[in-house]
Write a protein that binds this ligand. Structure first.
Ligand code: BYC
Length: 334
């Protein structure tokens, strides 16, 4: 089956690991540092599971950035004005840059770029479900900026305080750029909603209808169904839970929707004065897991595009290696 994540190995019974007294001591010291709010650097001792969790999350995040370039890249040649085209080009380039910072952060944990690339291209690795939906109209580009980047910022600002320092440092720059991405999307939608024709306004509403629920899915499964959250919260990798972030996102976004003059496709959405928050409807988790499992509308297309880019780039890698070899020979001779 063609799937993003067949992680059956993890579910198999693992052999019991016996820890030495020295390891137990190191683990205790590590936990004490985490409890004290210390940041962990690449050269510091860390438990295996902490390292693996970080490699998993950071590499998935990097893949999401790289795959995230595809739905938007689809509109670069069709942007309606030169200004919009320049903004979109800059944004898509930023996403590529984010992928690179994140791959570099993951490499500090001892994994190689080649391993991560192989996992993405073979379909073994996960990346965010959101990028498996198609961008059908120009309004989708504005809505991605507003909702998808908005959700990304909500999720990523707490990661600037992640206990693993190289990831936290990368996230500071990523978040600054995401903030521009979110604002350009909102501004583009505001322009369409205030100066656009009735057809353009309808196009924005249609895009919101299609992207709303997938955006809420970006935060991951409900806390009760999130196998990684508890440990990641305890280690300060995640600082806020999936459900808490999703709620914050809804609360921040609905007033923006009202200013735009669009509605979200959720009949259950209702202000709850007692909670000082919006109540909202149930996410279609069956759809979420289908998309995560490789059966979303564009999963195959996205992986095929990444594989094609890798194959098409073979001559660049070959040329760079040949150049490096030549330089090494020259240096040796000098
Ligand atoms: N899509 O135990 P859980 C961007 C997986 S980039 C696919 O809650 P965790 C942008 C999860 O990996 C957006 N899979 O996991 C880029 C886990 O599977 P494994 C990406 C998902 O890690 C370009 C399983 O479900 N952002 O915004 O504690 C242009 C159980 O979940 C999803 C990041 O990567 C999903 N939506 O929490 C524009 C941020 N959700 O690994 C925008 C960093 C969950 O056990 N990552 N899964 O097989 C995180 O904050 C966390 O990893 C998550 C999930 C909140 C995503």
């Amino acid at each position: 089956m063609y799937t993003q994540a067949m992680d059956l190995m993890a579910r198999e019974a693992k052999p019991k690991v016996v820890k030495s007294a020295e390891d137990l001591q190191r683990e205790e010291a590590f936990e004490a540092r985490i409890d004290a709010g210390d940041f962990i650097e690449a050269k510091d001792w860390m438990p295996d599971h902490y390292r693996k969790t970080l490699v998993r999350q950071i590499s998935q995040h990097a893949h999401s950035e790289i795959v995230g370039m595809l739905p938007e890249g689809n509109w670069i040649t069709r942007a309606p004005t030169l200004k919009r085209k320049a903004i979109l080009l800059a944004k898509v380039q930023d996403e590529g840059g984010h992928g690179l910072y994140l791959y570099a952060a993951a490499e500090t944990l001892g994994t190689s770029r080649d391993e991560m690339t192989e996992a993405l291209l073979s379909g073994k690795a996960k990346y965010s479900s959101i990028f498996n939906y198609p961008t059908l109209t120009w309004a989708d580009i504005g809505v991605i900026g507003w909702l998808v980047d908005g959700a990304a910022i909500m999720n990523q600002v707490p990661l600037c305080r992640c206990s693993y320092a190289p990831y936290a440092r990368a996230m500071i720059r990523v978040c600054r750029e995401e903030s521009f991405h979110q604002r350009q999307g909102y501004e583009s939608l505001l322009t369409m909603m205030t100066h656009g024709t009735a057809a353009q306004k309808a196009m924005v509403q249609d895009a919101v209808n299609r992207w709303w629920w997938p955006s809420l899915m970006m935060f991951g499964p409900a806390d009760k169904d999130s196998p990684n959250s508890e440990q990641s919260m305890r280690w300060g990798i995640k600082r806020v839970t999936n459900d808490q972030l999703r709620q914050k996102f809804v609360d921040a976004t609905i007033p923006q929707a009202e200013i735009l003059g669009v509605t979200v496709p959720d009949p259950a959405l209702k202000w709850n004065a007692a909670r000082d928050s919006y109540d909202f409807g149930e996410i279609d988790w069956a759809e979420f897991w289908r998309v995560v499992g490789g059966e979303g509308p564009c999963n195959r297309e996205r992986l095929a595009a990444r594989n094609k880019a890798w194959d098409d780039g073979a001559w660049v890698r070959d040329a760079a290696l040949a150049h490096a070899r030549k330089q090494a020979v020259k240096q040796e001779a000098a």
